[in-house]
Design a protein. Structure first.
Length: 74
């Protein structure tokens, strides 16, 4: 094969590699954004649950006391 044909084939391979890398990077960004969004939603849910628990228990100290009583069985 001539050197010109080899150069053309190598350049085609490089173009294909770059396009696959670009698609892979876009997919990675979407996955990271999805995980971050889900983490934020779970965090908000946790804060809401703790706030409701403190309200029902009568405050943060009563909540901690009730938790220790429930865990130890006293």
């Amino acid at each position: 094969m001539s050197e010109r044909v080899l150069t053309k084939q190598q350049s085609q391979v490089r173009v294909q590699d770059r396009s696959q890398t670009t698609v892979s990077a876009e997919v990675d960004k979407v996955i990271i954004a999805s995980v971050a969004a889900f983490t934020g939603i779970v965090g908000l849910w946790v804060v809401a649950c703790l706030g409701t628990a403190m309200y029902q228990a009568g405050g943060p100290f009563q909540l901690v006391g009730a938790w220790f009583k429930a865990v130890t069985g006293l």
